[in-house]
Design a protein around this ligand. Structure first.
Ligand SMILES: NC(=O)c1ccc[n+]([C@@H]2O[C@H](COP(=O)([O-])OP(=O)(O)OC[C@H]3O[C@@H](n4cnc5c(N)ncnc54)[C@H](OP(=O)(O)O)[C@@H]3O)[C@@H](O)[C@H]2O)c1
Length: 289
């Protein structure tokens, strides 16, 4: 299987680059801006045809949640129209798609982990554009899996873990929000899941029970809990103070609660999910090497 990885220089794409050679039946072709802009339908069609692609893992996205509030059109181009372009191109060749979405399609008012069937109600431009991308996949005729994930971090790119480690080295204390709850997810764990879904033993199950799936690491944390453990594992003497969302205004609203229920992905694709604390430790150890 020849798999195109779009947005391949981001966190998830970079993790896939490190892991894909472990999968015998999967050959990956990595593309990012400026070589491949998924908003450009002609480029997407030509590349899929020229490179004899059978499947796409779409890691391309506009992920700046606050900036999206002002750059609505750019966010729509990547997160909504770009996804539609991939679906249309794959339809022509009977190809498969793994598309990544977000916990930010929910409003955060649930009191228990969100199931795939729960109604969406995005409260930010980013969330709305990502939901439109999901709908492009759901309404398309191709075999596809949409994986909603949350709070991604990696040894690659900019993310909360790397920011906290940097600040922890520079400051004696810092304030972190404690009233937003979700689950941090190591992009390396998600990369493995994407590749496993396309692997020979699993690919027949794509589309079996609907296209949407939830995946994050196991467990629940606030951004404060996350920061405290980053300092502890990083061996940093920086005091983390819990603060409320109202005391840290941002352009975009974020869900108060966005824990995902992962029963469906575990059952359909027979995967085991590591706990967030265990995965965080693995990432920080790798960062220190
Ligand atoms: N990061 C999170 O906390 C988080 C949480 C939940 C879900 N997700 C979802 O998980 C997926 C992977 O996220 P990530 O953190 O790996 O994202 P990322 O690090 O921001 O990587 C996205 C990549 O896509 C590229 N890109 C942007 N516009 C493009 C376009 N028009 N055509 C092709 N490539 C384009 C970016 O290039 P530039 O850097 O040059 O723009 C970047 O290399 C995304 O779908 C995201 O929405 C992320």
């Amino acid at each position: 299987m020849r798999v195109l990885i779009t947005g391949s220089n981001g966190q998830l794409g970079s993790e896939i680059k490190e892991l894909y050679t472990k999968y015998d039946n999967i050959e990956c072709i990595f593309k990012d801006l400026p070589e491949l802009d998924i908003y450009d339908a002609d480029s997407v069609n030509s590349l899929i045809s020229d490179e004899h692609i059978n499947a796409v893992i779409n890691c391309a996205a506009y992920t700046s949640v606050d900036k999206a509030e002002e750059n609505v059109e750019i966010a729509e181009r990547v997160n909504s129209i770009g996804v539609y372009n991939l679906v249309e191109a794959l339809d022509k060749i009977n190809g498969k798609l793994i598309h990544i979405s977000t916990d930010y399609v929910f409003d955060g008012n649930n009191l228990q982990p969100y199931k795939e069937s729960d109604p969406t109600c995005p409260i930010s431009v980013y969330g709305k554009t990502k939901r439109a991308g999901e709908l492009a996949v759901i309404n398309g005729k191709i075999d596809a899996v949409v994986i909603r994930t949350s709070w991604l971090y990696s040894t690659f790119g900019d993310n909360f873990v790397k920011s906290m480690l940097k600040l922890g080295n520079e400051k004696q204390s810092l304030n972190v929000i404690s009233d937003q709850v979700g689950t941090p997810t190591y992009a390396r764990n998600l990369a493995k899941v994407c590749l496993e879904i396309l692997s020979s033993s699993n690919k027949e199950n794509i589309n079996k029970n609907g296209k949407i799936y939830h995946y994050s690491n196991e467990g629940i944390a606030s951004w404060y809990d996350f920061a405290v453990l980053i300092m502890e594992i990083g061996g940093l003497d920086c005091k983390v103070n819990p603060i409320q969302t109202k005391d840290y205004p941002t352009l975009a609203k974020r869900p108060r609660y966005s824990v995902l229920n992962k029963k469906k992905i575990k059952a359909d694709f027979k995967i085991e999910i590591p706990n967030w604390e265990e995965s965080l430790k693995e990432c920080i150890i790798k960062l220190k090497q």
